[in-house]
Design a protein around this ligand. Sequence first.
Ligand code: ADP
Ligand code: MG
Length: 340
Amino acid sequence: MSEAKIQIKNLYKIFGKNPRGAMEHVKNGVGKDELLEKHNHVLGLKDINLDIQAKSVQVVMGLSGSGKSTLIRHINRLIEPTDGSVTVDGDEVLKMNEEELRNFRRSKTAMVFQRFALLPHKTVLQNTIFGLHIQNISEEDANKSARRWIERVGLSGYENKYPQHLSGGMQQRVGLARALTNDGDILLMDEAFSALDPLIRKDMQDILLELQDELHKTVVFITHDLDEALKIGDRIAILKDGIMDQEGIPAEILLNPKTKYVKDFVEDVNRARVIKAKHIMSEINGQDLSGAMPIDQDDFIDRFIDKVISDKPDNLVIQDKDKKNVGFLSTKKLSEILKR
Ligand SMILES: Nc1ncnc2c1ncn2[C@@H]1O[C@H](COP(=O)(O)OP(=O)(O)O)[C@@H](O)[C@H]1O
Ligand SMILES: [Mg+2]
């Protein structure tokens, strides 16, 4: 596999007077609660290892206080780690000097926060380009680019309106338009949709997925909501008390939760809605495919389960988009997966 776009290695973050000293306790197995009670330090992150592939959406999920913001802020070095390394495109972020870091942040990353603080006396258009350092392009081009993204996030006609005229959801769209106008290939989203009402939130998720289909950014998306994680994420990392409990594709997390914490998270999920045929197929390996029902590898179980129930095939043959056979799934295994 090619080298990951973002590589996080053995990352530790401890808050307090003597983080290095406290790290020894952490390495010896002292957990978050004990570290605070006995040693008066806060465990932010312990030994985090995460490879984030280019053009993928990496979700980081966990309850409040689990270390999600601390982790994402290491990627553009808004936080200095106690120990460990963060590389982006092979460059060690921690070795950059001030100017390199400034350039890196401007040219490669854009951040969207939970609440995008719009400047009240600037219009939507002005807010979208405010503070963006758009290298080597004229103001006219910057405006043009901003207008394009404002349109793409569904705010056409609002370019010259002031924030007081916008709902929370619309303000968050401005935040997204701004991040896209910034044009970096890494999008860092820290609970960007968490404060929105459910319907508006769903709209924003759809907009993000639609844009991602076309833009193929490397997105790090933080949420405490499993449904959102499953919908948005190519992969999901689950944090608990500063420790990464599990990391994998959504189906893996659902089917093989490694800890009780993860199990509790995924317990009530409707598997058929989040598992695709390709996640559960096995190799064809000379299986008899006569009478097998063809299924698109990218279809969620939800999409084909009714047909399986009515036609009662013994086996399914999984196909890619060119109808080439790529995998095998017995109806028996399918029902076991749904029963679990
Ligand atoms: N500057 C800081 N000083 C001390 N503790 C902090 C600081 N920032 C975060 N923490 C602590 O680190 C832990 C992880 O916080 P955070 O990354 O904000 O969690 P999340 O984003 O998952 O809610 C929490 O226990 C929090 O209280
Ligand atoms: Mg947070």
